[in-house]
Design a binder for this molecule. Sequence first.
Ligand SMILES: Cc1cc2nc3c(=O)[nH]c(=O)nc-3n(C[C@H](O)[C@H](O)[C@H](O)COP(=O)(O)OP(=O)(O)OC[C@H]3O[C@@H](n4cnc5c(N)ncnc54)[C@H](O)[C@@H]3O)c2cc1C
Length: 379
Amino acid sequence: MTHLALPPPQARLVVLGAGPAGCLLALLAARAGWPVALLDRKSFPRPKVCGGCLAPGAIRALHQAQAAEVLARCHATPLRRLRLRVPGGELALPLPPSLAVERTALDDQLLQMACRAGVMWCPATSARVGQPISRGRVVHWHQPQGGSGTILAEAVAVACGLHTPGAGVAPPEFRLRAAKDSLLGVGVVSSCPAPRELRQGEVLMAVGEQGYVGLTVTGCGRLNAAAALQVRSVQQHGGPAAVVAQVLECCGLYLPQLQQLPWQGTPRLTRSVEPAASQRAFLLGDALGYLEPFTGQGIAVAYQQAVALWQVLRSGQEARERERRWIACSRRMMRAQRIRTGSLALALRHAGLVRRAVGVLNLCPVVAAALAHWIEQAV
Ligand SMILES: Cc1cc2nc3c(=O)[nH]c(=O)nc-3n(C[C@H](O)[C@H](O)[C@H](O)COP(=O)(O)OP(=O)(O)OC[C@H]3O[C@@H](n4cnc5c(N)ncnc54)[C@H](O)[C@@H]3O)c2cc1C
């Protein structure tokens, strides 16, 4: 994959973060002939904490962006069933057409497509948004070898995921609100054998007092484990592996092999940032807000926001009007998702309630299917 050793001094669009949100936006803009610089603090392929489930909304957005060929290239395979495990019970729900993916491969394939479309790719380059200037915005960058500099951008898209703006990526005009009772995310992908209980095409989700753990088998036959856990429990146990083991064990699942693996973590998950745009800087994806991973909608939201933001940027309207449009549009997009994922996240804080719900839903499969459909409609 071709990349620039140093970022260019100017670009029409500078995108910070090459995850699903930033990379798809950069691809769309480059295809339209815009000079686009895409900066990420990591080199790719890079690991990313993720359950590896691609919801129908994500697949639709990739088709809409004519980028769906990445799915075959990263060996995505169909997911048909969610098995929700609680202490003493299990509920099996049909999934709407979803895919299991290896996140590292998915993001890398999309990046390769963006580079082929002409995106100026700058890996291992950390960036932050600087001062507004007339008809643009400054972006400051630095590289671990000691290089640093600035880019003059007509517009800046901030897609730095959960590290925004706590890490000083976005200036103080963007206010972060993080939930106090937020869980944190952990994950690992491994070649260690999947448990007997888990078959390809299924998501096995264990819900306990300290959080929940999701397991899938990827198209390459590897085990993907991801979890959202209480911060207090992780601190008490000196790391996530022991807490993951406890959640799994209380649901009757024993995977000692997971204990030895190099788990990766995220900051606290539940957050929102306002405003969504200001003075030619636009936030999208997790950088704009995130709830919890239970419904596996994060990539779908990121892709859909990339497509929607591109519609706003390309409109040719005056800068203020584009900012107003993105604030209104992103708010609308997130409202429906917040209601559904938010109410589910609240219910998941009460393991006893989830246990009773599993019992009831097992008796009423029609209601269970309607619930699964309601969640999917979030994006
Ligand atoms: C435990 C867990 C499980 C999940 N499971 C699923 C799932 O199964 N399905 C699903 O759809 N979603 C899932 N998600 C959510 C999903 O991973 C995110 O919503 C998605 O990655 C958001 O994409 P993004 O592009 O906004 O950010 P990211 O994918 O986080 O990308 C941000 C990029 O910005 C880069 N960056 C950060 N700071 C800087 C900087 N200063 N300068 C330059 N670059 C920077 C990072 O290196 C990174 O590459 C899960 C999340 C968690 C925590």
